[in-house]
Design a binder for this molecule. Structure first.
Ligand code: C2O
Ligand code: CU
Length: 458
């Protein structure tokens, strides 16, 4: 039923349960979960890894029996995982073979403004562009995606997403599961038509959940510990992941390791967020099947099949990595995310203004520490938002004046902002200068203007 508080024609902005779409019915656990390919450097020399990745259309095997036209990094629906190392730079040359402009943003990356994939700084069709990633930050699970203004929502939906892992040699002594036992899982949802083509419609009609690009796959595991790097690229969706009561240990979030593992039976994973978890399968007999379900949609996401034994000298120590010190903040700002529904087509706003690439919304002094009070200005409409900052990882100090949520733990770059909520976050702007975006990471919202930029100055 229509909600009368929402202007006519924009009922698609109302959050509701995903409903079964065409072709949503796939026999669960009929395909194996693939692991995205790992990007291979073309050259490694002088402390630098050089990669070349085309941005190109492809036909992907997503649903059994049909092929789905998608946009890709490197030809694969889930782009190649770039495995970087702290202290070793990467240069990634993206070659745009699409017939439209695109670009690349390293989400969670600490990079110079010129390499950040600013929404207006695009790669024209037939051109290429080198992005320099210094990897000066500590270990973290990041991702890369298109950020070309007005096209970001559709481009990412159609497949311009991939994972970027920074491995930190300083974390090796922890002996967390690694190698074959360190597995990226990119979660999203999608809507398909009868021919298997992706439908870029309302985010609320995306009833098919995909893990590494396949619907409800199974994944054979050995009876030992695994580290899974979970990333959600589903827009306007919150996964509530559980293993039927089996414990998982969250060890990392957006910006890398938590100070200590967090035992969970349900993991809340919102748009663009990452959570590294360890699951210990050693207590299960061979033949056991453990289903990861999503309580939001009430459907299985994937099934772990314990099929073999394996030795395991990995651990999950009780202390992982201390959080960086928090200098005292010297500036406080308010940031309010909302829509203007009343002047024609809806326009996304930050502090009452739609995105203008020629305007700096905030001037931030390099080296300073700031507190931003972020709020949802659409509470009356029941519309949730998210908040994402480029360049920095922040800390959530408070939620609605009280304690942060479990999913706010550690270093964050994206948080959910449900109706009637505020969040108080703190960030330090250490070194780079220039213009960086902050925005709602529901890319349908940033596409409509819910984005702003800060200028970091000396
Ligand atoms: Cu994930 Cu401004 O981006
Ligand atoms: Cu929003």
């Amino acid at each position: 039923a229509d909600d009368p508080a929402i202007p006519r024609g924009r009922q698609d902005l109302i959050p509701r349960r995903a409903r079964a779409g065409t072709r949503a019915a796939v026999t669960p656990f009929s395909v194996r979960m693939p692991i995205p390919p790992v990007a291979q450097p073309m050259m490694s020399a002088g402390g630098l890894d050089l990669y070349t990745i085309p941005i190109k259309p492809a036909n992907a095997d997503i649903l059994p029996g049909v092929r789905t036209p998608v946009l890709t990094f490197g030809g694969s629906f889930i782009g190649p995982t770039i495995r970087a190392r702290t202290g070793r730079a990467a240069k990634v040359v993206f070659v745009n073979q699409l017939d439209m402009a695109a670009n690349v943003h390293l989400h969670g990356g600490h990079v110079a403004a010129a390499d950040d994939g600013h929404p207006m700084d695009v790669i024209d069709p037939g051109r290429m562009r080198a992005y320099n990633y210094p990897n000066s930050q500590q270990g973290a699970t990041l991702w890369y995606h298109d950020h070309s203004h007005h096209m970001e929502a559709e481009h990412v939906y159609r497949g311009l997403h991939g994972m970027y892992v920074i491995d930190d040699p300083a974390e090796r002594h922890l002996r967390l599961p690694e190698g074959d036992y360190d597995v990226p899982i990119l979660l999203r949802n999608a809507q398909f038509d009868d021919a298997g083509a992706l439908v870029f419609g309302s985010p609320f009609d995306r009833a098919t959940i995909l893990a590494n690009g396949r619907p409800q796959p199974y994944f054979p595991v050995a009876a030992r510990k695994y580290r899974f790097r979970l990333l959600s690229v589903a827009s306007e969706y919150t996964f509530r992941l559980g293993l039927g009561g089996v414990e998982m240990k969250q060890i990392g979030s957006d910006g890398g390791l938590l100070p200590a593992p967090l035992p969970l039976t349900e993991l809340v994973l919102g748009t663009a967020q990452r959570a590294d978890i360890v699951i210990d399968f050693s207590r299960f007999a061979i033949g056991t099947q453990i289903v990861m379900t999503d309580a939001t949609s009430g459907t299985p996401v994937l099934r772990f099949d314990v099929t073999s034994r394996a030795s395991d000298n990995s651990r999950v120590p009780n202390t992982l990595r201390p959080l960086p010190p928090m200098p005292a903040a010297t500036v406080e700002r308010d940031v309010r995310l909302s829509f203007d529904f009343f002047s024609g087509a809806p326009v996304g706003l930050v502090n009452g203004l739609a995105y203008d690439p020629n305007r700096s919304d905030f001037t931030v002094k390099r080296g300073s520490t700031e507190i931003w009070n972020v709020s949802n200005g659409d509470s009356a409409f029941g519309i949730p938002h998210t908040f994402h900052m480029h360049l920095v990882q922040f800390r959530v100090l408070a939620r609605n004046g009280g304690a942060p949520l479990p999913q706010d733990a550690g270093l964050k770059d994206t948080i959910e902002l449900p109706p009637n909520s505020t969040a108080r976050v703190q960030a330090t702007f250490t070194d780079y200068l220039g213009r960086y975006a902050y925005h709602c990471h529901y890319l349908e919202h940033s596409t409509l203007g819910m984005m702003a930029q800060m200028e970091i100055v000396p």
